[in-house]
Design a protein. Sequence first.
Length: 450
Amino acid sequence: MYENYYFLGIGGIGMSAIARYFKHEGKNVSGYDRTPSPLTAKLEQEGIEVHYEDRPDLIPFDIDNTFVIYTPAIPADLEEFRCVQEKGYAMCKRSKALGQITAGKNCLAVAGTHGKTTTSTLLSHILTNSEEGCSAFLGGISKNYHTNLLLSHSDAVVVEADEFDRSFLQLHPQTAVITAVDADHLDIYGNYESVVEAFAQFASQIAADGTLILKYGVDLPLDNVKARVYRYSFDKPCDFYASDIKHLPYGKFEFTLNHPGGRIEHCTVGIPGWVNVENAVAASAAALCHGVPAAVIRSALATFQGVERRIDIHFSSDRHAYVDDYAHHPNEIKAAISSIRDIYPGRKILGIFQPHLYTRTRDFADDFAAALSGLDSLIMLPIYPAREEPIEGVNSEMILDKVTIADKVIVPKEKLMDTVAARDVDVLVTFGAGDIDRFVKQFEEYMANV
């Protein structure tokens, strides 16, 4: 084992969980990220050194005793990245490190192009409330535990299995959930067929005596899957599904969870939105297959507080409301808007959307436009480039021009607050995976005082 663990891109949600893990293991942990964020601030508060300049001289100099973990999102021309390569540091991608950490453990992995963060966080909450407990590497900040890393002495470890860069192919789980297989990350995969192929390979890596819980309607070749296969759905009869669904106030639901062994009646999820009932069915299915008692599952569902930036209600009154959501794929936006309309029936929704990546904007402009047309009003920001260089002719206008609602506009970030302040806002929702989260506190304060 190494004494020093150095992270390139330490502020990423997946990277920060692994950094926290090695810090807990008593290692010297430090790293670089491009910009400060609330997440890097928390890491620094926990004693992890983070810097924000591309400075090779800040990498631990003890090559033989330092292991470097990097995210594929960093640019190839980063000086620190070149330095560790040229000097021969031991290194690997984040996905491989996670695969090594979980190897030999009872791994419960949740994959899918959307829904995986809430589902994996809910599954970890259920297991934490059981006698067994679990460790968990999550793709978001749990509002129950205020972290993306849970640690316990249990052999069970819950992992968000990320399809970006085929990262999830480093995992060999005992139990796996696949929530959705949509076209996404086409800058990596090239086409939808390659996305399906990768998910099929992931499914084939589940242990032969293990379990795959697959969303009803997802068409995935299962020829090489040795594990037993179950299907789950929001309300379509299959192996695991919700029935007797009753609307409760503020967008919540009561339902019966049907499973091969019987029924769990009077279930509620602690957070609103029909999509979270579907996520609850998936997480409960994994928990039941793992052996968690029905009573524990019912209790844990009711006390689940959700994940930061997933239909995350920051302010709510009869006059105004503000919701923040990480949605950055058309299907995620469509599902989020549908759920928010359940929470605030009959009210007017103003959405603010920051597109993430030029390639995703280019590939899904029509689908984004169709999803965003479900709003009453739309403010769009310029594209957040993340790891990409601009693509000629690709911009936010590609989406906005095809949105069918009349009240739509593009503004630069520096004019966003003034643009919102000039409107009579009922329900405000921010969408995006870029840096739109930097506005959350400002919008929360504005909506509480307007």
